[in-house]
Design a protein around this ligand. Structure first.
Ligand code: CLF
Ligand code: SF4
Length: 412
């Protein structure tokens, strides 16, 4: 039996309840840049406020900035009922997700918390999410058969190692199923998102739906593949609306289907049919330079973060830039607003594995992924390959030795 609070929250959740989607708004807080897997349809590097799809955001926020943004949005959109973390990476691969949920819960206990994840880190985080007050959880699962999953995911990172193909999919699918079971047992409302990829998993989806339904999930959402440039699936076709409709009709015999999904951005704000994210994006935060106009930007947040740049420094002690990029075990990330540096997080790098040949390149890519939200990287030294890779990702690379202080930040 569902408790009264959960029942009330369900009435006002625009995704779980079709009747609510024209009356109640949701808001995504883009606080989670890192991801622990690579789906063959995902490219988070194309970031444009004119593009609307999961994984896309025009800004990244710290938990404190995110909760301030909730305050502004709540005042302007009184229909706001749900606050979620849905990327741009995987929420559970980012500590910031938990801190954000905690802060939102503390300041706005009337808002419903929602999280959308790939499920890899769900088994160890299910209880933590529940304790933070998260009752609505989406897991994107594209297969229950590892042979099919192996064609959807090119990389799964587990215990500091990367796995590919069937091996990676086996780890991911096992954790997804175990995580879903745990969340259902805790009394959470679980939704499964499935990306329909013609020729890869479309024939398998009815079996997958039966499987997740048997675990007690509340609702299933079948989304069409969006072929995105720069991904392994860029040349694949999206399913036609008729194909997707037929599949949903077939699966509706086994599970409740969501039919009003809008494939939201990671910084979506508003009613599902009226995305207002551009009104609330900080001025100048769009990395592609086509961001919101001055008139449309959110004044409060803009004031705090005008010209905000994120700078990652390779350091051993938090006081000096004293490590090379490739062998640093720690990077401190500063947000720089009007030349005022603020330490926002420390990134630990696993330096225990072999760093020769291909694994060296992988190691460098891993560090670059961890620093994906930073625009400037500072290290004592850097090799040719890492320097080229960072520049290709649009980063400014700077060699600097000495104290992390005025001199370093003045020249950013
Ligand atoms: Fe966001 Fe997802 Fe929560 Fe909704 S979206 S985390 S459950 S509050 Fe909704 Fe957007 Fe579809 Fe997601 S329409 S993409 S299903
Ligand atoms: Fe992209 Fe999400 Fe897949 Fe990570 S889990 S690769 S963010 S779609």
């Amino acid at each position: 039996m569902m408790d009264k609070d959960l029942e009330d929250a369900l009435v006002k959740h625009p995704c779980y309840n079709e009747d609510a989607h024209k009356k109640f708004a949701r808001m995504h807080l883009p606080v989670a840049p890192k991801c622990n897997i690579q789906c063959n349809y995902c490219n988070r590097k194309f970031d444009c406020s004119n593009e609307s799809r999961p994984g896309v955001t025009s800004e990244l926020l710290t938990p404190e900035e995110a909760v301030d943004k909730v305050a502004v949005v709540k005042e302007k959109i009184p229909e706001l009922s749900v606050v979620a973390v849905a990327g741009p990476g995987d929420p559970l691969a980012n500590e910031e997700t938990f801190e954000t949920m905690r802060l939102v819960r503390e300041r706005f206990p009337d808002l419903t918390l929602c999280v959308s994840t790939n499920g890899l880190a769900l088994p160890e985080n299910a209880q933590k999410l529940y304790d933070l007050g998260v009752r609505f959880l989406t897991v994107t699962m594209n297969a229950s058969d590892p042979a099919i999953g192996g064609s959807v995911y090119s990389m799964v990172r587990s215990d500091g190692k990367k796995y590919s193909g069937r091996e990676g999919a086996e780890i991911l699918l096992k954790n997804q199923l175990e995580g879903v079971r745990k969340c259902v047992a805790l009394g959470m409302m679980v939704k499964i998102n499935i990306v329909m990829i013609p020729g890869i998993n479309d024939g398998h989806i009815p079996e997958l739906v039966k499987k997740v339904r048997s675990l007690g999930v509340y609702i299933v959402n079948i989304l069409p593949l969006i072929p995105v440039e720069g991904t392994a699936f860029s040349d694949r076709r999206a399913p036609t609306p008729e194909e997707r409709m037929r599949l949903m009709d077939l699966c509706s015999l086994d599970a409740k289907m969501m039919r009003h999904c809008r494939q939201c951005r990671a910084d979506a704000v508003g009613l599902l049919d009226d995305d207002r994210s551009r009104e609330f994006v900080r001025l100048g935060s769009c990395r592609t330079g086509c961001g919101p106009s001055k008139e449309n930007s959110m004044p409060q947040i803009m004031k705090i973060d005008a010209d905000s740049t994120r700078v990652a420094v390779a350091t051993s002690d938090g006081k000096n830039v004293d490590r090379g990029f490739g062998n640093a075990s720690r990077f401190d990330v500063y947000s720089l607003s009007n030349n005022e540096p603020k330490l926002i997080r420390t990134v630990d790098v696993d330096t225990t594995r072999q760093v020769v040949g291909d694994s060296h390149k992988e190691h460098i890519e891993d560090i670059a992924d961890l620093l994906d939200d930073c625009t400037v990287i500072v290290a004592k030294e850097i090799g040719e390959m890492p320097s080229k890779l960072l520049k290709e990702r649009g980063k400014t690379v700077r060699i600097f030795r000495g104290a992390i202080g005025k001199e370093l930040f003045r020249t950013q």
